[in-house]
Design a protein around this ligand. Sequence first.
Ligand SMILES: [Zn+2]
Length: 128
Amino acid sequence: MAFKASRDIQIHLVTDGANTKGWIHTHGLEKFGVPDLEIREIPLFLGPYACLLLNEFAEYLVDNFERKPVIPGQTIQMGPCVFTVEECPILPEDEGDGHYTVRRFRLVDSAKMIGRCHAHQKSARTTH
Ligand SMILES: [Zn+2]
């Protein structure tokens, strides 16, 4: 049976409560030979979209990692989302909570996207 992220892995969204941002991450990708994934500091209302993105990227990794591995530092585009993949640092405060026992990639803002916003550029054009 082909890998299907929504069935084969778990995704957790962790928050410290109201007015905090979310930490969304996968569990179970190591069974498929690829690193687990995480995104930090997402607004909670974007959690469902972050979950869809992690599912989509997880499926891409499982399907392609052997012949075309993703390398930390690489910029990836999945649909409208562009992000850079980082090797997850293991911070002392995170050790022992069970989340960093396997390799993990973090999806972060891509430097290529900073300062690039089509909606803003469009409205800027109409107001000038
Ligand atoms: Zn977890």
